[in-house]
Design a protein around this ligand. Structure first.
Ligand code: ATP
Ligand code: FE2
Length: 325
């Protein structure tokens, strides 16, 4: 079985091709960029519709397969931004109907976790999913994945981007912020139980910069506070569940500093840190292809006319077994 998966929840239009063993035959993407770093849903959707055909062709070329040899078409059904999601869904439905292939709508956070478990060989981890729009601590419990903690406002990546825009850093600001070093400036550290909040942290960082405090000091302190908040919640999740592995997924998981902090925390409590290469940690089509194979085996195909996109779909809405890796 070979699956072609389409990702289009936000700025990335990605197409991945993956076989039943989890071998990644292709993972191609084209990411929307704007001058300001902001995203208007219409512009993102227009970008995706322009690049879709070429990204699909390129993925088939890279994998060395024809559309005929594909057994399943998967696509990101949500959560995400409505208009770009629609483009991926329409492209996937058209492919599935014309090529007469089964169609499977995939939950995007579930795909991040499943490709992470597969590639990092992590059977039953606590997953820290850190990206632009999402920040969640996820683990398997009973008949599904549950969210143990999450952001109460914006995702860690979007917090980085907001602050980055204020100081004129190019998009994406995350990798730039991650390399800055400075001296400590006190900033609000907001963890409420298992949940986190980043917007007050951004506001206070911006206020201090406007007041004339050292930009590098504020930016470095911002990253330290934000990452420490994430690590605190991840550690409490490990303690609560008594699980032994922490799996980092999402675009922000590419951060060497976040990995370093996670590594120290895991070592101190006898747990193991599991990571995946950035190309598979960020938004990509390969994770959708792989999860569509799993979903096809667990639930079978979706009827194309019943595959409207679900912009608010949560990972804990789905019954899902803990599968072998
Ligand atoms: P989602 O749709 O899941 O919310 P997304 O559209 O934000 O995801 P991702 O590719 O998962 O896309 O994540 C992008 C974020 O990752 C950006 O905010 C970017 O700045 C951040 N990022 C990438 N590399 C690093 C790094 N080295 N350090 C910190 N942040 C990083
Ligand atoms: Fe994502």
């Amino acid at each position: 079985m070979i699956a072609l998966g389409i990702e289009s929840t936000a700025h990335t239009f990605g197409v991945g091709i993956v076989d039943e063993e989890g071998n990644i035959l292709a993972n191609v993407y084209d990411t929307y960029r704007s001058e300001t770093g902001g995203m208007r849903p219409f512009d993102v959707a227009e970008h995706h519709s322009k690049v879709a055909v070429e990204v699909i062709r390129e993925a088939l070329r890279e994998a060395g397969v024809t559309l005929d040899e594909i057994s399943v078409i998967g696509f990101s059904r949500g959560p995400g931004i409505g208009q770009p999601l629609q483009i991926g869904a329409v492209v996937a439905r058209s492919l599935a109907i014309t090529a007469k292939k089964p169609l499977v709508g995939v939950n995007h956070p579930l795909a991040h976790v499943e490709i992470g478990r597969k590639v990092a060989k992590s059977y039953d981890p606590v997953a820290l999913y850190v990206s632009g729009g999402n920040t969640q601590v996820i683990t398997h419990s009973g008949d599904r994945y549950v969210v143990l903690g999450e952001t109460l406002d914006i995702g860690i990546g979007n917090a980085q981007e907001k602050l980055g825009r204020e100081v004129g850093l190019p998009f994406p600001a995350g990798p730039h912020l991650d390399r800055i070093r400075g001296s400590w400036v006190p900033l609000p550290y907001v963890v409420k139980g298992m949940d986190l909040s980043f917007s007050g942290l951004v506001t206070e960082a911006v206020r201090r910069i406007k007041k004339g405090e050292g930009v590098e000091d504020v930016l470095w302190s911002f990253m330290e506070v934000a990452f420490s908040m994430l690590i605190e919640v991840a550690e409490r999740a490990l303690a609560m569940t008594d699980k032994k592995e922490l799996l980092l997924v999402g675009g922000v998981a590419a951060s060497p500093r976040l990995k370093e902090k996670a590594e120290i925390m895991c070592r101190e409590r006898g747990a193991t840190l599991k990571t995946v290469p950035p190309k598979l940690a960020r938004d990509n089509g390969a994770m959708i292809a792989w999860t569509s194979i799993l979903a096809y085996k667990v639930f079978g195909a979706d009827r194309p006319e019943r595959t409207h996109v679900l912009p608010d779909w949560r990972i804990d809405d789905i019954r899902w077994p803990l599968l072998e890796v």
